[in-house]
Design a protein around this ligand. Structure first.
Ligand code: PDD
Length: 282
């Protein structure tokens, strides 16, 4: 893994040889979008949904999609084949490309496409069985959080805020309502029923959002997509976070106080098991 093979602008090359211009707008402006797809036993999990979101993100920031759907599928397969680790994840990023620095979109610019497959370290058994901690913070990010943009400074600061407090995640609130965590969606459970914020511009619609929705249905757990207040988060029986790399984890402390009885609960266990079954069924 010291010098993995990566994709850069149409070819598979060694990471050490993959170079881009310092005038790339991804570097200068964070002018790009990305995806992270988990791959189990060589099979991508919900690739179609990831590619749908990739297409939506590109359209939102008006970058012409450089590849057809079939080309994207082939690229993910080729990148996946470069990584022997199971599981692994495939990261791809598209930036607007290279041009002299000016804020507006340059004409006739070619997008930069980068991709890499890396071993995926899933949360430890201890985190799965005992849960993780989270802290809270006001959501100070922009209002286009539905775009999976590489402009992640707001998220980076919140991830570091969690690390500084020696917990897994920072759960954010905007105007007294739950949005999401620094790199995960958040789920609130009360009396066995689950709620999560609406899929709008205030959150990234995780690919695990749709997945958990269908696992909840499969397990007979009531689910509602609606505004969730900060008070509800603080009064939850269970809190869950989801992402490509964390799968689903129970949050058992919030700002140092126990969530519910301070242990992963029955809704977590049911959804975690459903997630593992879906992976095995790939
Ligand atoms: N992040 N919200 C934010 C802000 C995220 O960055 C992520 C994922 C999610 C969950 O989305 P998904 O279920 O598709 O992973 C929600 C990825 C893993 C990352 O930035 O590495």
């Amino acid at each position: 893994m010291n010098n993995p093979t990566v994709w850069l602008n149409g070819e598979l090359i060694a990471l050490a040889d993959a170079k881009i211009s310092v005038l790339d707008r991804g570097f200068l402006f964070g002018d790009g979008i990305y995806e992270v797809v988990p791959v189990y036993h060589g099979k991508p999990f919900r690739l179609a949904q990831h590619l749908d979101r990739l297409e939506r993100s590109l359209a939102e920031i008006r970058i012409a999609n450089p590849y057809t759907r079939a080309e994207w599928e082939a690229l993910f397969a080729r990148l996946s084949a470069t990584c022997a680790a199971d599981p692994h994840s495939v990261y791809v990023q598209v930036t607007r490309g290279v041009a002299p620095r000016q804020h507006t979109f340059p004409k006739d610019i070619t997008p930069t496409v980068f991709g890499i497959a890396t071993p995926l370290t899933l949360p430890s058994r201890e985190k799965v069985e005992q849960g993780v901690g989270a802290v809270t913070h006001e959501d100070r990010r922009w209002l286009n959080c539905h775009i999976k943009s590489t402009s992640l400074l707001g998220n980076v600061l919140m991830a570091q805020y969690a690390a500084d407090h020696e917990v897994q995640e920072t759960i954010q609130f905007r105007d007294g309502l739950l949005t999401e965590a620094s790199s995960s969606n958040v789920w609130v459970i009360k009396h066995g029923a689950m709620a999560a914020p609406q899929r709008d511009n205030r959150i990234l619609e995780g690919i695990r959002y749709g997945a958990l929705e269908s696992f909840a249905q499969e397990c007979g757990i009531a689910f509602e997509e609606r505004a969730v207040s900060e008070a509800e988060v603080r009064d939850a029986d269970e809190l869950l976070i989801t992402s490509a790399t964390k799968e689903v984890l129970a949050v058992v402390t919030l700002d140092g106080k126990p969530v519910g009885d301070g242990k992963p609960g029955p809704v977590f266990r049911a959804l975690y098991a459903a997630y593992q079954r879906a992976k095995e069924a790939l």
